[in-house]
Design a protein around this ligand. Structure first.
Ligand SMILES: NC(=O)c1ccc[n+]([C@@H]2O[C@H](COP(=O)([O-])OP(=O)(O)OC[C@H]3O[C@@H](n4cnc5c(N)ncnc54)[C@H](O)[C@@H]3O)[C@@H](O)[C@H]2O)c1
Length: 423
């Protein structure tokens, strides 16, 4: 086994370029274990741009390909693929890579339906390869600390988690594909992060009641260059308006296995005052965390109004320790707040994902977010969609056994995963 795992970037769009900065962060750390040797995009122009950026950031230019089969044939010692294509293509691209014997890191959502997730999990099992879902939010030290606070009993027994995200109006968010049913509309593509954070804080979910809606029948081009500024170039060719096909808001009441409840609103058609809030109530107090990848300290509040939002918060989380690379990049293994520009923070967390993938390949250990874990995130995300259509609460088992798949069946037919005749 060579010292550095040779990998290819598959997908050279906005997130692919952010991953590249994560690779540069890993290269500059004391734990570099990966080597970028190729990049692949069905469009040559972004692949060439990516390769040029890689030369600047990593010191060597990866080989450029426009199809996976040629890449695998021409680089026989390629070991892994980092898949950052549109969400609706994850199941096809990840399965192609796994069948070619490559270990795969794939962006979230694992796939845009449970059947798509199953295809990826089965392909990884058959190939004996690692499948890691790149769920980055939970790797933010602020979320690591929040989970330890809850596990260590800082707020007593958890009873209720409120997660609210409202905004977006009628604007196109980054790319038109983020508003289409079969490529993951925003409550799926972005909402899956929150599903993962909720499960990370509260444990597995048991049952969900709720519904989803398609509020905005037309969306228009805005002016935002997206997170980190990586989507600005798309504005020039983006249509002025699009007709979305995927639901743009979900509203859910969740019961977790531990008996606690969750109220989840992920509304990407919100007008007026935007609202983003995440708070967990327990038998002794509450824990509030403020966004993602911004380093803002979380806040513990106890009866009588006593609030802890400084370094003393660590006293309530004795078990909290960051993994060594996180400690190196964030400056300590018990970080409770940090300040850095968004792109720097983003890159640190993406470096951690790459490092974990390399270690999984080297040692055979399981990734933190396996295909099954990513599938459970997808299940929680679609549960309100399906509950609304069935007019009843749906369980995790309903989701995994495909008893609740009215909305997803439409996706699977559009993607060719299911034939209309088999429905
Ligand atoms: N974790 C996060 O914070 C985060 C943030 C943004 C995006 N993402 C995820 O990253 C993925 C990509 O999003 P994006 O914003 O980069 O999209 P994008 O549209 O900017 O880029 C996707 C790229 O994939 C390429 N592509 C499509 N099919 C391909 C194939 N078969 N082979 C090779 N290349 C192919 C496209 O040509 C395009 O260049 C999505 O799954 C998205 O959910 C994650």
């Amino acid at each position: 086994m060579p010292e550095h795992i040779k990998y290819a970037a598959v997908g050279c769009g906005g997130m692919g370029r952010r991953h590249l900065r994560g690779a540069a962060m890993l290269y500059g750390s004391s734990r570099r274990n990966m080597e970028l040797v190729a990049c692949c995009d069905i469009k040559r122009e972004p692949a060439e741009l990516y390769a040029d950026e890689a030369k600047d950031l990593l010191g060597s230019r990866p080989r450029v390909f426009t199809d996976i089969a040629t890449m695998v044939r021409e680089i026989p010692d390629l070991q892994a693929a980092d898949v950052t294509v549109e969400s609706g293509f994850h199941h096809v691209v990840a399965v192609t890579c796994l069948q070619a014997g490559l270990h795969v890191q794939c962006e979230k959502p694992a796939a845009v339906s449970i059947r798509g997730c199953n295809m990826m999990i089965d392909a990884a099992r058959r190939a004996g390869c690692t499948l890691s879902i790149a769920e980055n939010y939970r790797r933010d030290p602020i979320h690591r600390l929040a989970r330890a606070l809850i596990a260590d009993g800082a707020i007593g027994t958890p009873r209720l988690m409120l997660s609210t995200s409202i905004g977006g109006r009628d604007l196109i968010a980054m790319t038109p594909w983020r508003h289409m049913q079969e490529t993951a509309s925003m409550p799926v593509d972005a909402g899956v992060h929150e599903a993962d954070v909720m499960r990370f804080y509260m444990g597995e979910f048991r049952v969900v009641f709720g519904a989803s809606r398609l509020h905005e029948k037309t969306r228009r081009k805005g002016t935002s260059a997206g997170p980190g500024g990586f989507y600005g170039a798309y504005l020039a060719t983006m249509p002025d308006t699009i007709i979305p096909t995927g639901d743009d808001a979900l509203y859910a009441l969740i019961q977790f296995e531990n008996g606690a409840f969750g109220q989840w609103i992920d509304d990407h058609a919100g007008h007026g005052e935007p609202k983003h809030e995440r708070i967990v109530y327990g038998s002794k107090g509450s824990l509030q965390s403020f966004g993602n990848r911004n380093g803002k300290p979380s806040k513990l509040t106890f009866d009588g109004g006593t609030a802890i939002e400084d370094e003393r918060i660590l006293d309530y989380a004795p078990s909290y320790r960051l993994e060594p690379l996180a400690a190196e990049l964030f400056g300590g293994d018990r970080v409770w707040s940090y300040t850095a520009p968004f792109n720097e923070i983003d890159s640190r967390i993406l470096a951690m994902e790459y490092y974990e993938l390399g270690e999984c390949i080297r040692t055979g250990q399981k990734p933190e977010v396996t295909g099954e874990e990513g599938r459970a995130d997808v299940a929680l995300t679609y549960a309100p969609f399906e509950a609304g259509r069935l007019g009843r609460p749906v369980t995790l088992d309903d989701m995994l056994s495909l008893r609740a798949d009215v909305y997803q069946r439409e996706i699977d037919i559009k993607l060719g995963i299911l034939q209309p005749a088999s429905v």
